[in-house]
Design a protein around this ligand. Structure first.
Ligand SMILES: NC(=O)c1ccc[n+]([C@@H]2O[C@H](COP(=O)([O-])OP(=O)(O)OC[C@H]3O[C@@H](n4cnc5c(N)ncnc54)[C@H](O)[C@@H]3O)[C@@H](O)[C@H]2O)c1
Ligand SMILES: O=P(O)(O)OC[C@H](O)CO
Length: 338
């Protein structure tokens, strides 16, 4: 297969690695930038990210590098796959090293701590002249690595940018759809992490499937309501990056956020659950940020408030669920039942 594009992926965790490899298998030359020399050597010499995706073979067209300038040299597109807490720092370094024609894509599903900035807003602030997009959807890295059929949504106001991302990423096992609703797509990916924590907690407490179905339906109502307040299209939440990602992340221990909730539901303190994870669970930070923003805007978020109470105010789970289901239900019933 002839070389097609030169691209960079920033962040050598599970998602950065699988997206880098997906593009390489499509014939593109991919620089994967990461910080861990041993991991770079593992990828370059043994074709394996032995820390995050052991056993997954990485194509020869992926070159791991510790040098950001090297990674960005001669590229037409850069994908950012670091946690939201590090996103701006990384993007600032990128901004001084790329020209205005390079397409910049966020793969990150979170909200910047210390304010309420979505990744698309950080990109607009730091790289105002570059074409930009976000990619989100029901995309468990391990399942993509296993070749399970998966699909994502590329969102940009510029259809040519969506087309270029489709060209890089789309394959027989990884389908790429397009949207112009950037906020809707990225908010779906960020907000569902909160409800994945809640779902993990419900599963740990052996709640029935009927109950969990009701909780997730309410979650969809709540996240859509919040996102619409921020300018998203409510219909986006009926698609892959909304309800699609919500279903996946709330259903499986492959999700880090679900695992956090499961541990909490089994009585582990939050600090202990997090100490046992070597990967980011974005929902923890997102929960506090969304609660503060919803309070500020006056958006009713009973599930967010309830989970916040369990995590940070030591409220008993049974008391919170009683409140959510019997006291605060009225405002969501209209949406859910219609
Ligand atoms: N893993 C998935 O299934 C998946 C799927 C879709 C989206 N995402 C999102 O992608 C983002 C990254 O997730 P992941 O699964 O790859 O996380 P991860 O925890 O597996 O890896 C994150 C990587 O970023 C690196 N990193 C952190 N701060 C950095 C910095 N300042 N500079 C350079 N590198 C830095 C870490 O060292 C690590 O290698 C998250 O926002 C996540 O929600 C993950
Ligand atoms: O492992 P999580 O909980 O970060 O979820 C991974 C992906 O976002 C699922 O689409």
């Amino acid at each position: 297969m002839p070389e097609r594009h030169r691209v960079a992926v920033l962040g050598g965790g599970s998602f950065g690695t699988v997206i880098a490899n997906t593009m390489a298998c499509n014939g593109n030359q991919v620089a994967l930038w990461l910080r861990n020399p041993a991991l770079a050597a593992s990828i370059n010499e043994r074709r394996e990210n032995d820390e995050y995706l052991p056993g997954y073979t990485i194509d020869e067209r992926v070159t791991a590098t510790l040098d950001l300038s090297d990674a960005l040299n001669g590229i037409d597109t850069v994908f950012v796959a670091v946690p939201s807490a590090s996103f701006r720092t990384v993007v600032k370094d990128v901004a001084v090293q790329i020209g205005p024609s390079v397409v910049v894509v966020s793969l990150t599903k979170g909200i910047e701590p210390g304010g309420f900035h979505l990744m698309s807003e950080v990109l607009a602030q730091e790289l105002p002249h570059n074409p930009r997009a976000v990619v989100s959807g029901p995309n468990l890295a391990r399942e993509i690595a296993a070749g399970q059929l998966s699909a994502c949504v590329s969102a940009s106001p510029d259809s040519a940018v969506n087309a270029s991302i489709h060209d890089l990423l789309h394959s027989d096992s990884f389908l790429v759809y397009s949207s112009s609703d950037v906020y809707g797509v990225e908010l779906g990916g960020a907000l569902k992490n909160i409800y994945a924590i809640l779902s993990g907690l419900c599963h740990a407490r052996d709640f029935g499937e009927n109950t969990i179905g009701m909780v997730l339906t309410r979650a969809l109502a709540e996240m859509s309501r919040f996102a619409v307040e921020l300018g998203a299209n409510p219909l986006t939440f009926l698609g892959l990056s909304g309800v699609g990602d919500l279903i996946v992340t709330c259903s499986t221990p492959l999700s880090r956020n679900y695992r956090v909730g499961y541990g909490l539901g089994k009585g582990q303190p939050l600090a202990e659950v997090l100490a046992g994870m070597d990967q980011v669970a974005e929902g923890i930070n997102t929960l506090g940020l969304v609660k503060a923003e919803a309070d500020r805007r006056g958006v009713p978020m009973p599930l967010v408030n309830g989970l916040y109470g369990i995590l940070y105010e030591h409220r008993p789970v049974s008391e919170v669920f009683s409140d959510i289901m019997f006291t605060e239900v009225a405002r969501d019933v209209e949406f859910v039942a219609s």
